[in-house]
Design a binder for this molecule. Structure first.
Ligand code: BGC
Length: 768
């Protein structure tokens, strides 16, 4: 018989064991459901709200949560000590890890400044992009970071978007395949990537409020397609929902986007975080499928608790997100207590950035083989940006690099001589400019970006003197842009009058002496070239090529490396030739918080639909300055007759590329498809695949193989809310650029195939 005393003893014992077990309960890969059960609402809220250091002071029980010693990065997710849930760290992206300091020491930390996104994409080399991702991911890991906030993969809808340098292309296939390779590289280190900014964040003006109005077909085929490819081909750990609205709601509050399309249709199983924004509708964000609100405010924690209590959010809504957060956390280095070294192999990665920058460079012009430079000793090096080289763009994508090799240094490293007077003139001008800006700066302006150097007026006497002394003139033209603002046409897309005059004076003086003029473009996006490209002998589009930029450019100019980049965007004759310019904030105005009804600021109509980049220019046969896919080499290539074979679910095409010139080089081949007529209107041709050779010696050949599935051929038919590949004859075109189709084949699709999806994301305004 159990007496009262014994009973009490056993009850007490069970209680204590229960307590002990609860105390012992720690997060493991296989006990996530149990952890969710054991969490209080407050703890759950903490997991869903990023940790913004400045706002957590007043939240009760702060000592319960881990003080996170890590680099000062862009954001954190909160840890909960009692359940063994570590905090995790998120850092920008995308041209390298953005690490700055640690609270416990004064040392400065640097990460490798890799080539910007545009440059990487222009390599058309998926393996190379994966290698860059791998190197960058190892820096992330070794600095104790769990996720890099990259790749940036919005579409270059207009050349004026300020953040184009972070993005890849006007084409969704290039975007998706490049992003997928980058994510695979990053994640091979056991750290995560974040596809951003999901979606249609193709303008910076009023980026947090603007409502992007896009028809369903354009949305599916252009703006979502790249994300779809990257989600399916690389399984990213995270996706970042953009700032803007899309067809009405904010993307961050859009269930159709974040759940129906991203998770249900594409099978995304990671976490969705918001782009860094103040409090919005917390309930709408969580119900839409957001798992983590960044950067995180105390009021959002309070919101969650309040909303669960008053029924605006259910515990089920919360638990779905909490569970996904835990599934993310158990994959992170912080969860596996990875002992990061704080010293990634920066030396090895400097070599990676030097060579990868070279593959993204596009040789736009090379008259009479002006390049590679031969028998040159002394260079007349003009242009402010020769001495203030732009390794990357501005904003959150600006990497804190250990150094930047500018053009001047790069050429000197390669054994060339630069006139000392010119160097002094530009160096002093740069110092003056910086000092002047420090003086002119309004100390109350919180977000300050130094105005880019304005080109220096150089006298004809100086130029003539240089033409006598130097063997060649090199002029660097630079453009800086980034987060928070779009570019202007005057002095942004177009050359300024000072630049135009400098170029024409240089050409006049140097050509009169039988000497060449080379232009190096140090830019993050397309610029105007049509009006002046006739003047210089060669134009090398170097992009913003990372910290080794000057060395990379010198490698190409001197022929140590053969350029093999090609454009992933069209260079139009004028910005106004782009149909999107009719609906783009072309005065480059900065955002304005108050929301009203201002066209291109509060809402932007994508009335051009699919008429983005080459899809438009090749369909209406309108001339451009340099077409999509264009890029010269120091050697030449021939393409064989291709072979196109049907498979169970599409086609496999192969073509033999031969180096028919005199120098070793690489060639990328673009596979375009022209669809059978009838049915939906389609662009004249669309890129479906691409491949690049290895380094081919003169006379050497390589067979490139490219796969295209029947699904890849599909267009989106709004009438039936399905992707449709119509039966018929598809012409498969193998191009050196969209305007240089070298060979064709045929693929017959015997019967029409359809893939039904959900009728979602309808535009809320008339587009035409
Ligand atoms: C940018 C994101 C970035 C985030 C964190 C935002 O302003 O749009 O691209 O990842 O800040 O720094």
């Amino acid at each position: 018989m159990i007496n009262m005393k014994n009973l009490l003893f056993f009850v007490l014992l069970f209680f204590c064991i229960g307590q002990l077990q609860a105390q012992k309960l720690k997060l493991q890969k296989d006990n996530i459901d149990e952890i969710v059960q054991a969490m209080t609402l407050k703890e759950k809220a903490l997991l869903l709200v990023g940790r913004n250091d400045y706002t957590f002071g007043g939240y009760d029980n702060p000592e319960q949560f881990v003080r996170f010693i890590a680099p000062s990065v862009s954001g954190y997710t909160q840890g909960i000590t009692r359940l063994g849930i570590p905090p995790t760290a998120l850092a920008d992206g995308p041209a390298g890890a953005v690490v700055v300091t640690r609270p416990d020491n004064e040392k400065e930390y640097y990460a490798t400044g890799f080539p910007v996104g545009t440059s990487l994409a222009c390599s058309w080399n998926i393996d190379l992009v994966e290698q860059v991702g791998k190197a960058m991911g190892s820096e992330i890991l070794e600095y104790g970071i769990d996720v890099i906030l990259a790749p940036g993969m919005n579409i270059h809808r207009s050349p004026l978007c300020g953040r184009n340098y972070e993005y890849y292309s006007e084409d969704p296939v290039v975007t998706g395949k490049t992003a997928a390779a980058f994510v695979r590289g990053i994640q091979s280190n056991g750290v995560g990537a974040s596809l951003k900014h999901f979606a249609v964040n193709s303008q910076e003006t009023n980026r947090t409020e603007v409502d992007e109005i896009v028809d369903q077909r354009t949305l599916r085929e252009i703006y979502l397609r790249g994300f779809e490819i990257a989600v399916k081909e690389s399984k990213p750990w995270t996706v970042m929902a953009s700032y803007n609205r899309l067809n009405g709601p904010y993307t961050q509050e859009n269930y159709e986007l974040l759940t129906t399309v991203l998770r249900d249709e594409w099978g995304f199983d990671g976490i969705v975080m918001t782009d860094w924004i103040q409090k919005r509708h917390t309930d709408a964000q969580i119900k839409a499928g957001v798992d983590n609100l960044q950067p995180g405010y105390q009021v959002q924690l309070e919101d969650i608790e309040k909303m669960v209590k008053d029924g605006r959010l259910s515990m089920e809504d919360i638990d779905i997100a909490v569970k996904r957060m835990l599934q993310y956390i158990v994959k992170t280095p912080h969860f596996r207590s990875y002992k990061y070294s704080d010293s990634p192999d920066l030396e090895a990665h400097a070599a990676v950035t030097r060579t990868s920058a070279v593959e993204g460079m596009v040789l736009l012009k090379n008259e009479n083989n002006a390049l590679p430079l031969q028998d040159i000793k002394k260079v007349a090096l003009f242009g402010c940006h020769s001495y203030d080289f732009l390794a990357g763009g501005t904003g959150s994508g600006n990497v804190v690099k250990p150094y930047v090799v500018d053009m001047q240094q790069g050429l000197v490293n390669a054994g060339l001589e630069i006139d000392g007077d010119i160097r002094d003139m530009y160096a002093k001008y740069k110092d003056f400019w910086q000092a002047k800006n420090r003086c002119d700066r309004n100390p109350e302006e919180r977000y300050y970006t130094e105005p880019p150097l304005k080109e220096l007026v150089v006298s004809k006497t100086c130029i003539n003197g240089q033409a006598l002394k130097a063997d060649v003139a090199i002029l660097t033209i630079g453009r800086q842009a980034g987060e928070g603002g779009d570019r202007t046409i005057d002095e942004g897309f177009n050359l300024s009058q000072v630049e135009q005059k400098l170029l024409s004076d240089l050409c006049e003086a140097f050509h009169a002496k039988g000497k060449k003029v080379i232009v190096v473009l140090n830019v993050g996006g397309a610029i105007e070239t049509a009006s002046w490209k006739g003047l210089p002998d060669a134009i090398l589009l170097a992009w913003q090529p990372g910290q080794e930029g000057g060395n990379s450019v010198a490698d190409v100019l001197l022929g140590k490396e053969n350029p093999s980049g090609k454009l992933t965007m069209t260079f139009p004759i004028s910005v106004m030739d782009m149909p999107s310019s009719l609906n783009f904030p072309i005065d480059g105005r900065r955002g304005d918080r108050s929301r009203s009804e201002r066209k291109n600021i509060d809402y932007t109509l994508h009335s051009e639909g699919l008429n983005i980049g080459y899809r438009y220019f090749s369909t209406v046969k309108r001339s451009v300055s340099y077409p999509f896919g264009f890029g010269l080499s120091y050697t030449t290539f021939t393409y064989s007759k291709p072979v196109v074979k049907s498979t169970d679910d599409g086609l496999v095409a192969s073509i033999v590329v031969t180096n028919s010139g005199k120098m070793a080089g690489k060639e990328s081949v673009q596979l375009y498809v022209s669809a059978p007529s009838g049915g939906l209107d389609k662009p004249a041709l669309e890129l479906k695949a691409f491949a690049k050779t290895g380094l081919l010696q003169p006379g050497e050949s390589e067979t490139l193989t490219m796969k295209v599935s029947d699904y890849d051929l599909a267009s989106f038919d709004e009438a039936v809310q399905s992707w449709v590949s119509s039966a018929g004859r598809y012409i498969i075109k193998f191009g050196a650029s969209v305007e240089d189709i070298r060979a064709t084949g045929v693929y017959n699709l015997k019967k029409t195939l359809t893939w039904k999806v959900n009728d979602v994301l309808k535009p809320t305004r008339k587009l035409k």
